[in-house]
Design a protein. Structure first.
Length: 233
């Protein structure tokens, strides 16, 4: 995707997770002790990850899965343990390296392909499932929709993703974040109205053969995210 807004935000995300927040992100996705606020984020992410995994078959043997925005690889590893052949991609080389280092010895090295780059690349071929957990939340709605449409062109059985729902709490967080010095900001989370998102998805030509399936919102302190499943009609 070549839209200027997408390229700009992608560059900001890469810089933030590759340099500014890499160590904090590794700690957040480990068993290391955390402060109260970050502990709620970890708990929320753990619950969302398990929700998305619950929407996948228990046995993924023979399935090819794309973990789009894999971070430090927790979902990737869980899917591989179910037998999936996983392509795990993230913009941050630092996080991908950390994920590779965490790959358990009992998972064959060739069962997971760790990649640094754009999560939407048609050259990677077709997948049975594509999962994008908390990796679309930094993009404007139009860009996120194009990513979802692109995923649908590459997936056969399901596209699972999360978005940041437009709630009063997230709206306040989004506004407050703009007061921080630019050098101290993380890439903004873009809240989305869930009804608007579903209406847009229903009108997209790329998704004419897909329909919304299960969905769930998770709120744990400072973590607010909404999971949505797209399945073939």
């Amino acid at each position: 995707m070549t839209e200027p807004s997408y390229r700009t935000r992608r560059s900001e995300i890469e810089t933030y997770f590759d340099r500014t927040a890499a160590e904090a992100w590794k700690r957040l996705t480990s068993d290391a002790p955390l402060g109260r606020v970050r502990a709620t984020v970890r708990a929320g992410r753990d619950e969302m990850r398990q929700t998305l995994l619950d929407w996948l078959p228990n046995d993924l043997t023979g399935c090819r899965l794309l973990d789009a925005g894999c971070g430090t690889g927790l979902l990737t590893i869980a899917a591989a343990r179910r037998g999936a052949q996983v392509v795990a991609v993230d913009l941050s080389a630092t996080l991908v390296q950390s994920a590779q280092e965490r790959q358990p010895a009992d998972i064959p090295a060739n069962q997971i392909e760790w990649l640094v780059g754009d999560m939407l690349d048609p050259k990677r071929g077709q997948f049975d499932y594509i999962v994008a957990m908390d990796s679309l939340i930094h993009y404007e709605l139009n860009d996120a929709l194009q990513l979802i449409g692109g995923f649908a062109q590459q997936a056969r059985a399901g596209v699972l993703f999360t978005f940041a729902p437009r709630t009063p709490a997230l709206t306040v967080m989004h506004a407050v974040g703009k007061w921080f010095p630019r050098s101290d900001r993380s890439p903004a989370i873009i809240p989305v109205n869930d009804k608007t998102l579903l209406r847009q998805i229903a009108s997209m030509p790329e998704l004419v053969n897909w329909t919304a399936g299960r969905n769930r919102r998770i709120k744990r302190g400072f973590y607010i995210s909404h999971g949505l499943e797209l399945v073939p009609r």
